[in-house]
Ligand binder design. Structure first.
Ligand SMILES: CC(C)(COP(=O)(O)OP(=O)(O)OC[C@H]1O[C@@H](n2cnc3c(N)ncnc32)[C@H](O)[C@@H]1OP(=O)(O)O)[C@@H](O)C(=O)NCCC(=O)NCCS
Length: 134
């Protein structure tokens, strides 16, 4: 298997989520709180997983997540998703986060990446096969 190449250009696909960061999203030093980004990564992964399983999915794992560059108030942040693997009951999604620096020259920067595994579950939270509708 080849190693993934570093991303130098923003993706051209339609992101699962785009959101302008607001003052309420900041941490104690004034940049965007990592937990806000994590929350959106989780949602973006669920949106991608729902392409394969329209019913209930839950997050079982978020892989190592590096915050490569800060995100600022006013930045337009895009969460791009790609299905990496579909297992029996799980769906693994790669999420790449790009931030367009609205007040800093409009550069678009790759700020975060994550691998998230979602599991299809029934109403009792028991894993069910991906795509199973009843
Ligand atoms: C998701 C949950 C139902 C899975 O239960 P489980 O007993 O681990 O189920 P299984 O062992 O049958 O695993 C189910 C699938 O998840 C995968 N999986 C389990 N733990 C995993 C982990 N840590 N990382 C990646 N995949 C994992 C298994 O490989 C399996 O995939 P497959 O069927 O495609 O091969 C259970 O762990 C749970 O309820 N977790 C809490 C979920 C939640 O509330 N998330 C919101 C955040 S708090």
């Amino acid at each position: 298997m080849t190693e993934p190449q570093p991303l130098v250009q923003p993706p051209t696909d339609i992101p699962a989520i785009r959101r302008v960061m607001m003052p309420r999203d900041t941490n104690a030093v004034g940049t965007i709180f990592g937990g806000v980004i994590l929350s959106e990564i989780d949602l973006a992964a669920a949106i991608e997983a729902h392409k394969h399983h329209p019913k209930r999915v839950v997050t079982v794992s978020m892989d190592k997540i590096d915050f490569k560059a800060p995100v600022f108030v006013g930045d337009l942040v895009s969460f791009h998703t790609r299905t990496e693997r579909i297992g029996r009951t799980s769906i693994t999604v790669r999420v790449d986060v790009w931030s367009q620096q609205r007040f800093g020259g409009a550069d678009t920067v790759h700020v975060t990446e994550a691998t998230v595994t979602m599991v299809a579950v029934d109403d009792a939270m028991r894993p069910v096969p991906v795509g199973q509708l009843d």
